[in-house]
Design a protein around this ligand. Structure first.
Ligand code: HSE
Length: 339
């Protein structure tokens, strides 16, 4: 499987580490030989070699904050030119999320699908704004459009809902969908200030490039929209749902809630209301005895209410370098490996 990386930031590097570490395992267990033939990054430069680029070298350069285009096989041109020039089986779209325009990621995905490449992406924009168009194009081209990492990183919520729970009807999906805000609320409860907690979340690689997206609830809103579109089959945009973040929650409010046996959590939910699909993001005071109240730090947890099993809850990391990189590994194996 020849791979083209678009975006070689935290998550792209996390995936690269996994591909290097698990090369033999993929070969032995999934009959999958992976070769990275191209890497494009707006800041770090681009590489292309149809016989494979130096992935370890690129990783070292990126970690040292140097340009990967200092290596052999430098490619001159922008992302769309790189996609055009590249012969690959799958594109890994990991550029930054712009939830207002879904660009440039949507254009990258469209161009790669047109060329017949499978896609894996952790970029929420294209899923929240253009899912149905891109899925239709992927179906026409008979390739896979996969996006496990867009909702709670590599914790396999989407695979659980679409594949493992096949045949079930879902009434509601509800949970902690944003790691940064859950981390900040947890740290504030421990006594850290808001700014300090946010800074730590950024250092740990949880926060979005512009952390407003986390703390104002937009990141969770994008995930709610993705769940509505992909799992509930709706055709919704983020603006269709109400959204409130955590910026008005003070340390005093957290303390006061705790004295009443409650804990603030930023809750995203999607539910069926007759024929309509509804969604929302808002802080809720959760009773300490509720399973979601015990989820601390950057961990996420989501409960799916089904007609077959009642409630099924999945708990796991919702952000992070390797954790989100892993989501693409799942998709790569699903697209080209034996299971
Ligand atoms: N900023 C996001 C979070 C990353 O904190 O959950 C994953 O979308």
């Amino acid at each position: 499987m020849r791979l083209l990386f678009l975006g070689f930031g935290t998550v792209g590097q996390g995936l690269a580490e996994l591909l290097i570490e698990k090369e033999q395992k993929l070969r032995d267990e999934n009959d999958l030989e992976v070769k990275v033939v191209g890497i494009g990054d707006m800041l770090k430069g681009s590489l292309y070699n149809p016989n494979g680029v130096d992935l370890k070298g690129a990783l070292e350069k990126a970690k040292a904050g140097e340009k990967i285009s200092d290596l052999p096989d430098a490619f001159e041109g922008d992302a769309l030119e790189l996609i055009k020039a590249t012969e690959a089986d799958m594109m890994i779209e990991m550029t930054y999320t712009d939830i207002k325009t879904a660009e440039p990621a949507t254009s990258h995905i469209r161009a790669a699908l047109e060329k017949g490449m499978h896609i894996t992406t952790s970029n929420k924009g294209p899923l929240a704004l253009n899912f149905h168009e891109l899925k239709k194009l992927a179906d026409e081209k008979k390739v896979k459009f996969l996006y496990e990492g867009t909702v709670i990183s590599g914790t396999p919520l989407l695979n659980l809902a679409r594949e493992t729970l096949a045949g079930s009807d879902f009434k509601e999906i509800k949970g902690i969908l944003n790691g940064t805000t859950n981390y900040i609320l947890s740290k504030m409860e421990e006594g850290l200030g808001y700014d300090e907690a946010l800074k730590k979340a950024q250092e740990l690689g949880y926060a979005e490039a512009v952390p407003d997206a986390d703390v104002l609830g937009w990141d969770a809103l994008a995930k709610v929209t993705i769940l509505a579109n992909t799992v509930f089959g709706a055709d919704c945009k983020p603006d269709d749902f109400s959204c409130k973040g955590i910026t008005e929650i003070t340390a005093e409010a957290i303390k006061e809630a705790k004295s009443r046996g409650k804990r603030f959590k930023l809750i995203g939910k999607v539910w069926r209301d007759g024929d309509a699909v509804k969604g929302s993001v808002a802080p809720e005071e959760i009773d300490m005895t509720h399973p979601l109240a015990g989820i601390m730090g950057a961990t996420n947890a989501v409960t799916i209410s089904t007609d077959t099993l009642g409630d099924v809850t999945i708990v796991g990391p919702g952000a992070g370098r390797v954790e989100t990189g892993y989501s693409a590994l799942i998709d790569i194996i699903n697209a080209g490996g034996k299971r």
